[in-house]
Design a protein around this ligand. Structure first.
Ligand SMILES: [Zn+2]
Length: 599
């Protein structure tokens, strides 16, 4: 029996959705309902149920007693006929993970809004989505990856369908007035909505660039008969003043991005900010295959009530983070030089942080719930990014496979092997075991890289990127990070913005940490000169490594005095350059890897 939902943006001013869920064949012992504790793709317990304001249950037009069993589960009294829950949800989180409603626009993930009838998660769902009342909302549009029911115009308010609860909450919905464009990828309709105001947005460029990018992805996974594994796809986008984020879904994604970095009419070469947006869209689109369909066993099925542990996020997020910018380059939307610059920044960030010496990729994946997603001021010293180091392991693997197979195989073959082996859905689907990636590498390439991969992912060994990059004619150069003197010489970073020099992070082994400067300290004077964030580097640039300075700070409004010896071994910065000595053979290998040289 179909579970019926209705969602009404009932009170935009108060940010309240009204939701009903009706179950025609409730559990005779008393139907239980629960809201997920997390949203697949975002590995943190969020306890969305804390935003449910009021909840009542009805059966046969009469009020039904309902009791709360735990933080996110309710149980109704026994009922003869159907049971309907009606409740309000406060929605004021404009992120890609939760729900938002104001008089201008609305957005929701099912996980934040739609209670699941426990025991009936496999039942088909239908959801009626209403526009807010009032003339102001008359021009509201809607975009979602969910399937429109017969009689509902795709992209209109009305009824949408899902095979089961998991599919229902995998189709977020964006509403409001937004810029909208359609395009085709390998004959399959795609669309993009951009909500929020953007000056002179170049929708045509977005449309053309995304079409090119998406086709490059489809051709990677299905080179012979390029076709994506869905019938339609939607990019839901929110333009904001400051913000960055994306969440992947089976045939859609929700993105949040800086409005000033979206393309504008008259923009010539893609700006760095716009290329970064393409990298974000590329990341979420790659997830269509890697994590939404090729899934770790730990996510089959998702347990939405608690943490789902896997040691493989370095493959599901790290490989995706490797391919996101790489595919932008392969699609011709970034030059080889621009791609190498992006890559060198990732190398620099990973190598500058001592976290990589303390936590393995497998451990970082496992603890994502309490570490990567809950970073504090000490994170650079303690939390390894499975995105960034995962991307470097993917790079190292890709180059090692290309080299050792005599250019006959690459990481692309591993991804295609995974896709062929784990594409099928359905009840028999098992997902990738915790050893499955190592197995896939062996199967897809015939190479035995198990020990190396384990050392990089289960241990803390750094891949030898310098040697591997040489195989495609690229030189990895180590320089000193002197362009940021306060980081290089003091070993700290400041909070961005604002007129005050507040310490955000203190790095392991640096002069600031040795002297006792702490995160949260407000820098006030250096050798008797007032410190403002804009002037700190200018002052420090006059000093040399090994010099001693006096630093005054406020901690909890109490003046502190420190004596610091400026770092004699500033942290490294890495630069990638094409080494022309490699000749045409290296050039050929480079082109096969990251696309032809342009610009
Ligand atoms: Zn991701």
């Amino acid at each position: 029996m179909t579970i019926r939902y209705a969602v009404r943006p009932a009170d935009p001013g108060a940010h309240l959705f009204h939701v009903t869920v009706r179950v025609d064949g409730p559990d005779p012992e008393g139907q239980r309902f629960a809201l997920p504790a997390w949203n697949p793709g975002s590995y943190m317990i969020r306890e969305f149920a804390r935003h449910i304001v009021r909840l009542t249950a009805l059966s046969g037009g009469r009020k039904l007693r309902v009791e709360k069993l735990d933080k996110h589960t309710w149980r109704c009294a026994r009922a003869e006929g159907e049971v309907t829950l009606a409740y309000e949800v406060y929605a004021f989180d404009l992120s890609v993970r939760a729900a938002y409603l104001d008089p201008e626009q609305a957005f929701f993930n099912g996980a934040a809004l739609l209670l699941a009838p426990l025991g009936q998660e496999r039942a088909a769902c239908r959801i009626d989505i209403f526009p807010p009342a009032g003339a102001r909302a008359a021009s509201w549009q809607l975009i979602t990856g969910l399937t429109a029911a017969r009689g509902t115009r795709a992209g209109g308010f009305g009824t949408y369908l899902a095979q089961d609860y998991e599919e229902l909450i995998d189709g977020p919905v964006q509403m409001g007035r937004f810029a909208h464009a359609r395009f085709q990828v390998c004959g399959v309709p795609h669309e993009i909505a951009v909500g929020g105001r953007v000056a002179r947005l170049d929708l045509g460029r977005l449309q053309a660039d995304l079409a090119r990018l998406c086709e490059t992805h489809v051709r990677l996974f299905e080179p012979r008969r390029p076709h994506p594994p869905f019938e339609r796809y939607a990019f839901l986008t929110f333009a904001v003043d400051e913000g960055y984020g994306g969440l992947e879904h089976r045939n859609s994604t929700a993105l949040i991005y800086r409005r000033d970095d979206l393309p504008y009419v008259g923009m010539k070469e893609a700006t760095e900010g716009y290329r970064r947006f393409l990298g974000l869209a590329s990341h979420e689109y790659f997830h269509v295959w890697n994590v939404k369909r090729i899934r770790p066993q730990a996510f089959v099925p998702y347990d939405l009530s608690r943490e789902n542990y896997t040691r493989l996020l370095w493959a599901f997020e790290g490989f995706t983070a490797y391919y996101d910018d790489l595919m932008v380059a392969r699609a011709g939307l970034a030059s080889q030089a621009q791609y190498l610059e992006t890559l060198s920044r990732t190398i620099t960030t990973v190598m500058q942080r001592s976290a990589r010496l303390k936590q393995s990729l497998a451990e970082s994946s496992f603890d994502a719930w309490i570490k990567y997603y809950r970073q504090d001021e000490n994170a650079p010293n303690s939390v390894l990014s499975y995105y960034q180091k995962g991307a470097l392991v993917a790079l190292a693997l890709d180059l090692a496979i290309r080299h050792e197979s005599g250019a006959r195989r690459s990481l692309d073959d591993v991804m295609r092997w995974l896709w062929r082996s784990f594409r099928s859905a359905g009840p028999a689907y098992r997902g990738v075991s915790e050893d499955g990636i190592i197995e896939a590498i062996a199967q897809a390439t015939g190479l035995d890289l198990a020990r190396t991969v384990r050392a990089w992912t289960e241990g803390t060994r750094d891949p030898d990127l310098a040697t591997l990059l040489q195989t495609v004619g690229i030189r990895l150069q180590r320089k000193l990070a002197l362009e940021s003197p306060h980081f290089a010489l003091l070993g700290l970073k400041l909070h961005g913005g604002g007129g005050e020099a507040r310490v955000a992070h203190v790095f392991d082994g640096g002069p600031a940490q040795q002297a006792g400067v702490a995160a949260g300290d407000l820098l006030v004077a250096l050798d008797g000169l007032r410190v403002a964030p804009a002037r700190l580097d200018a002052i420090l640039a006059r000093y040399s490594p090994g010099d001693t300075i006096e630093l005054l700070t406020f901690r909890r409004e109490e003046l502190q005095r420190f004596e610091l010896t400026l770092a004699t071994q500033p942290p490294p910065r890495f630069v990638l350059e094409v080494d022309e000595r490699g000749g045409t053979a290296a050039q050929r290998r480079r082109t096969a890897w990251c696309g032809p040289r342009r610009g």
